[in-house]
Design a protein around this ligand. Structure first.
Ligand code: TZP
Ligand code: MG
Length: 214
């Protein structure tokens, strides 16, 4: 499916480690109210049944706000809950196999760190790419570093939308200006904040400023 790049503007990735007495549904809704344009459920420490239950809840919420909803890694969960799509990394299921399994109409997101990985993912049916870590992050300890130069090269090499990820905050997002990315994907810049809705509103504005052509 052809994915409009507008959905990449502010891509929120969940991490329940930041929940303090609230539900994930509550925090995701705060992001949606603040202007998040895409939601990925990425929960590394949940059993399948709990993940699926959460997936149904977040999917319904995203539908209410007309925002695409994908699940990280778990293709079966994405199919079972009728998510809008799936996001896979380079060491997960191969992009072409995922595309064959989910069919042409679901969104397929793929993580890429080099031009070669990016071009291959596009050829194998990716609808968008997540590229990073563009800044240092403590959220994903095994994240590879991607330089601003590589990020730009990837954006030039593919025709699908590209979202930058990794350590992006209100303080450094504007450093991505001119790289050609269509937006940013973040975890802690939203979910670790006291006022998630306000953090989302502010980062959305900055992301729009970042992608504005100069
Ligand atoms: N992939 C590359 S870096 C990263 C992922 C999932 C973590 C992003 O989290 P944060 O808190 O926005 O740095
Ligand atoms: Mg993965």
């Amino acid at each position: 499916m052809k994915l409009d790049k507008k959905y990449m503007q502010l891509y929120a990735v969940t991490d329940r480690k930041w929940l303090t007495g609230r539900t994930l549904e509550h925090d995701v809704e705060e992001c949606l109210k603040g202007g998040a344009t895409f939601i990925q459920l990425r929960e590394k420490n949940m059993d399948q049944a709990s993940l699926l239950k959460e997936a149904f809840i977040i999917k319904d919420l995203c539908r209410k706000y007309n925002v695409p909803f994908v699940i990280d890694d778990d293709v079966d969960a994405a199919i079972k809950c009728d998510a809008d799509g799936i996001h896979v990394g380079q060491s997960d299921m191969e992009a072409g196999d995922v595309r064959a399994k989910i069919g042409p109409d679901k969104i397929l997101g793929v993580s890429a760190h080099t031009v070669e990985e990016a071009v291959r993912a596009e050829k194998r049916g990716a609808d968008y790419l997540g590229v990073g870590a563009v800044f240092s992050t403590t959220t994903k300890l095994d994240a590879c570093d991607v330089s601003a130069e590589t990020l730009s090269e990837i954006c030039n090499a593919v025709s699908i939308p590209v979202v930058a990820i990794g350590g992006i905050s209100h303080d450094n997002i504007l450093e991505l200006k001119g790289t050609g990315v269509d937006g940013v994907a973040v975890i802690s810049a939203l979910f670790a904040q006291k006022d998630i809705r306000k953090a989302t509103e502010d980062l959305r504005k900055l992301s729009e400023e970042m992608t504005l052509s100069v």
